[in-house]
Design a protein around this ligand. Structure first.
Ligand code: ADP
Ligand code: ADP
Length: 228
């Protein structure tokens, strides 16, 4: 589904963030990418939706080099959940969720029922919350909206970059369960970045361990060989 072949990224200031990285994500798989701050996780994610380009090597989605995709086609089919909650503050919850479906010119009534469906899926009563602004929701609720917004237009791939890092441990645990359930229901390909090994092991079908711009191991949580 997603394939990195020998990808190296050197930023203009000379920092090499990735060194010949090769890995793949299977269709319908939840891959967690884990490693210390600065090891190249976010760089990897940004390259998947072409926010940045590899210096060397290639990336494929469905066996097609991502260079060859129309940029909108590519981005609309990739839901991106960011670390900082990135809801637009001046827009209501329903307007926030509707952004990509509207760009894709979905019918109004289809967008509306999609919003209901998604909000119910993560336990946020649409009647109560649809018309609110983001700052009228708790941090955990906003993060949940961030997750379903990324799913709204039914993308093939979902990228999540430390989506729970700003949350208290209880909201975090609840959201981890949500993601696992979601994965079971929607069977999407998900790449989930975290610096927390426990989270990576608990969530991933497979875990990709990175260090200093290289992949150290990719395996099932059971088979990971962890340093003490
Ligand atoms: P992680 O997500 O694992 O914390 P990043 O991918 O953000 O790691 O960063 C990897 C390395 O690349 C780090 O050394 C970081 O400082 C560097 N880096 C990230 N973005 C840039 C940039 N725009 N310019 C220069 N160096 C960068
Ligand atoms: P650029 O200004 O580099 O062309 P965009 O305007 O496409 O980038 O994206 C702006 C922000 O929205 C970025 O931070 C990106 O991570 C995020 N983003 C891009 N595509 C999506 C998407 N399909 N779903 C959610 N967020 C996205």
């Amino acid at each position: 589904m997603i394939e990195f072949k020998n990808v190296t990224k050197t930023y203009p200031d000379g920092t090499t963030a990735l060194r010949g990285v090769t890995f793949s994500v299977e269709e319908g798989e939840l891959l967690t990418v884990v490693g210390p701050s600065g090891c190249g996780k976010t760089t990897t994610m940004k390259m998947i939706n072409r926010l940045i380009k590899p210096t060397e090597g290639s990336i494929f989605i469905h066996n097609k080099n991502i260079k060859e995709f129309n940029i909108h086609e590519l981005r609309w089919n990739i839901g991106y959940v960011l670390q900082q909650i990135a809801l637009f503050p001046h827009m209501t919850i329903e307007e926030n969720i509707a952004i990509v479906p509207e760009l894709k010119k979905w019918k109004k009534k289809d967008i509306s029922s999609r919003i209901d469906e998604l909000m119910n899926m993560v336990g946020l009563e649409p009647e109560t919350y649809r018309k609110r602004k983001p700052d009228e929701l708790s941090g955990g609720q906003q993060q949940r909206i961030g997750v379903i917004r990324a799913l709204a237009a039914d993308p093939d791939i979902i990228l999540m970059d430390e989506p729970f890092s700003a949350l208290d441990p209880i909201s975090r645990e609840k959201l981890q369960q949500d993601i696992r359930e979601l994965q079971r229901k929607i069977k999407k390909t998900i790449v989930f970045v975290t610096h927390d090994m426990d989270e990576a092991l608990a969530l991933g079908d497979r875990v990709c361990l990175m260090k200093e711009g290289e992949i150290v191991q990719v395996d099932t949580p059971q088979n990971m060989v962890l340093e003490p």
